[in-house]
Design a protein. Structure first.
Length: 302
């Protein structure tokens, strides 16, 4: 079925993007503030604003209160990405990524409180599996490990919650206005976040130094990463034209599995680019976490 190709393009490309993020953090931001990386994200969003204006001239007709709330959604998204990138500084992509699957759990809770969307017992069971999966992957193994990584869990759960709130705001205003108007002001909020980062002297200096020292590499790798993200988002949304939302979301939850698979492949074939712990215990733990998370999201969307 053709729609499956589009549906699976989302998790496959998002998994690739996660490993790009990890490479950027390891290569250029290991000892720098990863907040600088978000300046590039903000700039990409800023460059799309004129294009959206041409395509949808009515974006300026939205009332100021709605504009402010939607821009806050963009700020929340960037804050979530800051938590995510800082988690990547200390952990592997396959350990960090499963925490994103807690976002649907927060989303269903927020949907119940704000929109009155009731949860079934099956959905609540799925939410429990998601939490269990994230807890399993947060427990470190190996020499000197075997403890719960509370810092990672707190950062990524804060990330997931921020993403859920941002998505809730986007959904509410997309229904009231339209997709492109909401997207425009969300990107505007992201641009404001980037401007705020550049207003910090140390961040501005690091951004300037990194860009001057690694102009070609940073622009090429980050540009490719943004295109990969864009392709995944478009493919995933396009699949919604042909299949139920719950099925497409369930397929999207397989991102964790693709991150796990790509991590193993990269570690085996290109160990200089990425190193995943591949002991039997780590493989079993990550595999179990991925299975629990996917099953949980399938139940939540069932």
């Amino acid at each position: 079925m053709p729609w499956l190709v589009y549906a699976f393009s989302g998790p496959v490309l998002w998994a690739l993007s996660t490993h790009f993020d990890k490479y950027l953090v390891e290569r250029y931001f290991k000892k720098s503030d990863v907040a600088v990386l978000l300046v590039f994200t903000a700039l990409i969003g800023l460059l799309t604003l004129p294009l959206i204006c041409i395509f949808q001239p009515s974006v300026a007709r939205l009332d100021p209160v709605s504009v402010a709330v939607i821009m806050f959604s963009g700020l929340l998204y960037m804050g979530a990405m800051l938590f995510y990138l800082r988690a990547l500084q200390s952990e592997e992509a396959s350990v960090v990524a499963p925490f994103f699957q807690a976002a649907p759990l927060f989303g269903y809770v927020l949907g119940y409180v704000v929109l009155g969307e009731a949860l079934s017992r099956t959905q609540m069971a799925g939410g429990g599996l998601i939490v269990c999966g994230t807890l399993v992957v947060a427990i470190e193994s190996g020499p000197g490990r075997g403890r719960f990584n509370s810092r990672l869990a707190l950062m990524m759960l804060a990330c997931a919650f921020s993403l859920a709130v941002s998505a809730l705001i986007f959904k509410v205003f997309m229904l009231r206005a339209d997709f492109w108007t909401t997207t425009f002001w969300t990107f505007a909020g992201e641009a404001v976040f980037g401007a705020g980062l550049l207003a910090i002297r140390s961040c501005r200096r690091q951004f300037s130094d990194l860009l001057r020292a690694n102009t070609g590499a940073l622009l090429a790798i980050n540009g490719a990463n943004e295109l990969i993200n864009l392709g995944g988002g478009i493919g995933n949304r396009y699949a919604l034209m042909f299949a139920p939302l719950s099925i497409v979301q369930a397929i999207g939850s397989t991102t964790t599995l693709f991150i796990f698979a790509f991590g193993i492949a990269i570690s085996a074939l290109f160990p200089r680019l990425s190193q995943e712990r591949l002991t039997a215990g780590d493989l079993a733990r990550k595999g179990l976490a991925a299975i629990l998370v996917v099953l949980g999201v399938v139940l939540v969307n069932g």
